[in-house]
Design a protein around this ligand. Sequence first.
Ligand SMILES: [Zn+2]
Length: 594
Amino acid sequence: MSEKEIAWDLSEIFSGCDDPKISVTMNALLEDADEIIKKYKGTIDSPNFSSLDLLELLEKEEKILADVEEIKVFSDNMFYANMTLLKTKTLDNKIKDFHSTISKKLAFLEIEIGKLIYKYPSLIEDETLNNYNNYLLIIKRKFPFKLSESEEKLILEKDQYGTNAWQQLKESWLSSRKFKVTVEGKEKIVSLSESNSLRWHPNRETRISATKSVFSSIEKEIEIYASALRNISGDWVKITNHRGYKNPIHHSLIRNDTSQVIINNLMKIIEENVSIYQRFLKIKAKLLNLPKLGGIDTWAYLPYKKKYTWNEAKRLLLQIYDSIDKSFGDIIRDLFNKNYIDASTREGKLGAGYCFPWYNGKSAFILLSFKGLLIDICTLAHEFGHGVHYYLSSKEQTFLNYMPGPTIDEIGGTFGELLMFDQLRKTNESTDEKIILLTNQLTAGGGGIFFASACMWFEQSLYDAIEKGEYLDGNTISKYWCAARDRIFEDFVDWFDEMKVNWVVIPHFYFPNDRFYNYPYVYAQLFVYALYQTYKQKGKEFVPKFKKFLSAGGSLSPEELGKIVGMNITEPDFWQFGMNQFKEFVDELEKLIN
Ligand SMILES: [Zn+2]
C-alpha cells in the first residue's frame, strides 16, 4: 500500500457535509414531489390519460428520482468512508429521513400507474412509451396484488411494530452478544461481526473455537431467534394469501422478473449436480489433510501468501479489462482518473466493499479497504465489474431503466472476479498457487450455487410447516435447517451439533418483505458461468454482445438479455451449461492434485 491516501473526491456533487446546497436541493425536490401530487394524484386512472401524459409523468418522476439518488450517493459515500464522524452521521440521518419522506410522497405513482396499465394494457405497446416497456410490464405484473390505499397504509404502519420490529429485535439482540474465542492461541472477547471472519479463519483451531463459541451461545437463547423467524414467516404466509399470491415464493418471482418454471429448472439442475460439489468437498478435505471435511472448513479459504501493492493491483485490473476490449479498460482508467475510488484502510470505515452507481454522473463510486491480500484483489475486480456495468447502463438508459434487476445485478461483478481469477492463474507459475486459486474459486462459487440452494429449500420448508399448522420452535426450525443442508452435503461433511442453529446468523431469513432472498444468488452464479464459458469459446466475437447486455441495464427482462448473448434461459439445459463450468473447475483441480 502506498503511503498516499487513496480517498475519493465527491466534490462534483457537494463541497462537504455542510454545503448549503444540500438543503436547497432537498427542499426543491420536496416541492417538485408536491407539484406531482397536486397535478396527478387521483387523475391517472382515467381513459383520458394518454400515452403522452404517461410519458411526461415518467420523465418528471425520473428527474426527481435521479436527483434524490445523487444526494444519497453523496451522503452514503461520506458516511461509509467515515462512519464515526458526527458530521457524516448527522447527514446520513437527515438524508435517510428525507428519502423516506419523498418515497412516501411518490408511492401513489406505482399504484395509480399500475391500475391504469392493468385496465388499458395496450398503452404498454404504444410507440411513445417504448423506452419504459419492461418497467411498465413489471408494474402491471405487481398490480393485481396491491390492496386499497388505506389497507396498504395500514400494513406499512403495522409492519413498523410487527415484522420490522421482530427483525430489529433479532438483529440488535444478536449484535449485542459477546463471544469468547481463542484466536491463534490467544483468548479474545468478540462481537458477532468480528466472529464472522474468525469462523472462516485460515487457522483451523481458531475456526473451531469461533464456531463452537458463537453457536453454543446462540443455542442457549434459541427461542428468541425462533420467535422472530416464526412470526416474520407466519406474517408472510398470511399477507401473501390475503394479497392473492399463489404461494409464498410468487412475490419474489415478480420482484426478480422471472417465472416458476425457470426457477424449477434451475433447482432441478442443482439436485442433479450435487455430486460434483461433493466431489470438490472430498478434494478439499484431502488438501486440508482431513479424513472428512468439517462444517467449519466448507467456507474457509486456503491461505495465499503473496501480497500486492496498490499499483500492482491497479495494473492487474487494467490488464484484465483491456484484455476484453480497450473500451472496458478506458472505463477503469476514467474511474481512476476522476478519483471515484476510496481504497485506504481507515478507522470507522465500512468493512465490506461496494460499488455505488451514480446516474447523473453516468458513472459509479467504489469503496473497499485494500490491504494487498488475494481477497482484496478479487473484491477490487468484483466492484469494478459492477462499475463497468453501471457506467455503461447509465449512459444508455434513462433512470427508471438503468439499474439491472436483482438477478442480473451481480453479473458484472462476478464476471470481473472470474477475469481476475484467470489472470492470476496465468501469472502464477507454481502448482500450489494454482491449487489455492482454484480451491478458493470453487469455495466461493460452490457457496453461491449449492449452499444458497439449501437456504432456499430451508425457507420453503418453513412455509410448508406453517401451512400444515406446525409450531416452529427452535428445535423444529433447526431440524428443517439440517434437513435442507443435508440435501446438499449428505455425509460428505461433519457438522458440530451446535451448527444446527446456523440459520440464526443468516440475515436474509429475517428480511420482512424480501422473502426468498437466496435463489437469485444461484441464478446469477450459473448465469455468469454460462457467460464466461461463452466468452472463452467465442472470444472477441462475444464482446460487443456482452457490452450490449450490460448497457441494457434493467430495460429488458433477463430472458431478453439472454437473447442478446445468444442464450435461451428458459431452456432447462441453460443452467446445466452454467454448471458445466463449475464441473470443469473441479476436474481441473482434481488433475492438479493428482
Ligand atoms: Zn456485488
